[in-house]
Every structure is written in C-alpha cells, then in structure tokens.
Design a protein around this ligand. Structure first.
Ligand SMILES: Cc1ncc(COP(=O)(O)O)c(C=O)c1O
Length: 276
C-alpha cells in the first residue's frame, strides 16, 4: 500500500520527473516518530533540517509552517512514522541549481514498522558491514538524500538482522546503517564524533546534551576503533523511530545488553512530552 502523501501542502503522491531530489539526491529528509498524535523530538528534527538547508544553500522554509504541518500530520496519524522530504525542487541545467529555487516539501505518513519484540527485550545482534562510509566533512552530520552507502550496507545484511555497524575508510567506527552507536568504556558512555561522516541523530543529540536517563554522562569519542568496541562494557543503538535497542552481540561476540537503560531512553526521551 502506498503511503499517504502531501506535496507542498496538497494531498498528492506524484513527483515531477525533473525533481532534483530524484535526479541528484539534492535535498534533505527527516523521519520522525509520532506518539499519541504528537511528533517526538520535533524541535531537534526541525533544527537539523534547517541547518542542512543553510549548508546546502536551500531556501530555509518558514519554521511556523513546518511546525503547523508536523502537528497536523501527527494528529491525523495518531501512532506511526512521518517522513518529511525537502528537495531543491525542479529544474536547473544538469547539476547546476536553477537561478530561482522553489523547494518541494513532501510529507508521508507510515505505520510503525513491525520489529521482533525480542530486539527491545533481549537485545539485537549488530553485524559488521563491509561497505565503508566515505569521509566528507562538508556533509557530515546532515540527513541528506544521498543514502547509497546505507542502501549497499543494508543490502549486505540478511532480512532478519536488526542492524549493521559501519566504519569509515580509515577504520574508525561511525554508526549503524540507520542508527547512532553508544559504547560504555571504563564506566563512561561514548558516541563516535561525526565530523567526517555520519548522521547527527536527534536521539544522539539529546543524550549528548542531557546525558543518559540514569544520570551517566555521554561524550563524543574522536576515534573509536573496532578493538575498543570488542572490549566495551555495553553497547546500544538509537534512532528516532526505535528509540534505543540494546546490543547483545557484535559480530559473534557476546555483550551484556543494557536493557533497563534502553527502556528508559524509549520511555523518557523518545516521548512527545520529552523536552527536546
Ligand atoms: C544513517 C543514520 N544514522 C543515524 C540515524 C539516527 O538519526 P535520528 O536519531 O535522528 O533518527 C539515522 C536515522 O534514520 C540514520 O539513517
């Protein structure tokens, strides 16, 4: 079944063939969790989108209009997932952006994916992806539309595999194919710095700003190696739809899954009432 879709405020699911998002990946997107008719972590999603617009030189959409649309679509959906895609719109000669840019705003509404409950309750196996992330500091942190590396990495994994871990070309640990990674080493929580590649996740940002819900601090790690990961005390992955999944195995090596902490992240942080 195709998702419910709106383009530039109108119900519509047909995109012009010259849309630059389709042609070149020229745009940005946000995927947000909706609970009780409200968008979770909306302020952080909006901030990342607007920051991405400034970096890519896209006209920055009015925050009030985005707010109103997010609330309206979330209220209609009730429970599920909303995606907002913002492209540079139509046209231009080849790669060169058109002189007058008319960005295109696409909202789609989706049911919550059905994942095995064991992934939350007992932890996931994190596989190691062969596909590496290329380093591009200019685009690092953005949720832009060019996601071929993630598509290739995800394609390596069996369908029943929860998530894959990605390294950059220098062998540094970066993130999951669709999530950010947190690692406990010597009693402290770390998440890889994302100054060369990776998506600066909304849940990641919240945990960095506020610390873990059990009070433990979180910091960015400049260069996390796979060896360091194998000696970790605990691992977890986060994104705005799953909240947090505990890791019980990484590439065949067993870990104690941080079940309680992940439950706290899902309940307290990824909730429409959470102050983001
Ligand atoms: C590659 C990648 N990294 C990280 C994330 C986590 O971002 P967020 O917490 O905003 O969902 C995502 C989310 O889909 C992602 O696709």
């Amino acid at each position: 079944m195709s998702p419910q879709a709106w383009i530039d405020g109108q119900p519509d699911d047909c995109l012009p063939v010259d849309d630059r998002g389709l042609a070149y990946g020229d745009g940005l997107f946000e995927t947000l969790r909706v609970r009780e008719g409200r968008p979770c972590l909306w302020a952080r999603h909006r901030a990342r989108l607007l920051h991405g617009c400034r970096v890519l030189g896209l006209p920055v959409p009015a925050a009030e209009r985005l707010d109103a649309e997010a609330q309206e679509h979330a209220a209609r959906l009730g429970e599920g997932v909303l995606r907002l895609t913002l492209t540079r719109g139509s046209g231009g000669r080849g790669y060169r952006p058109p002189q007058a840019v008319h960005p295109r705003r696409i909202w789609t509404a989706h049911p919550l994916p059905e994942w095995p409950s064991a992934w939350q309750e007992a932890g996931i196996e994190l596989s190691l992806c062969r596909t590496r992330l290329s380093e591009q500091p200019l685009l690092a942190g953005l949720k832009h539309l060019c996601r071929l590396e993630q598509v290739m990495a995800r394609g390596e994994l069996p369908e029943d595999c929860a998530e894959g871990l990605m390294l950059d070309r220098s062998g540094r640990v970066v993130e999951g194919t669709m999530s950010n990674l947190f690692v406990r080493l010597d009693g402290r929580w770390w998440t890889p710095a994302l100054d060369r590649c990776g998506v600066a996740g909304t849940v990641r940002g919240l945990l960095l700003d506020r610390g873990m819900p059990d009070g433990s601090p979180v910091a960015e790690h400049p260069a996390l190696t796979l060896d360091a990961l194998f000696s970790a005390e605990a691992l977890l992955v986060t994104n705005s739809v799953i909240g947090a999944w505990p890791v019980r195995r990484l590439a065949g090596v067993e870990f104690e899954p941080p079940l309680r902490l992940c439950r706290m992240i899902r309940q307290e942080v990824c909730h429409p009432c959470a102050q983001d």
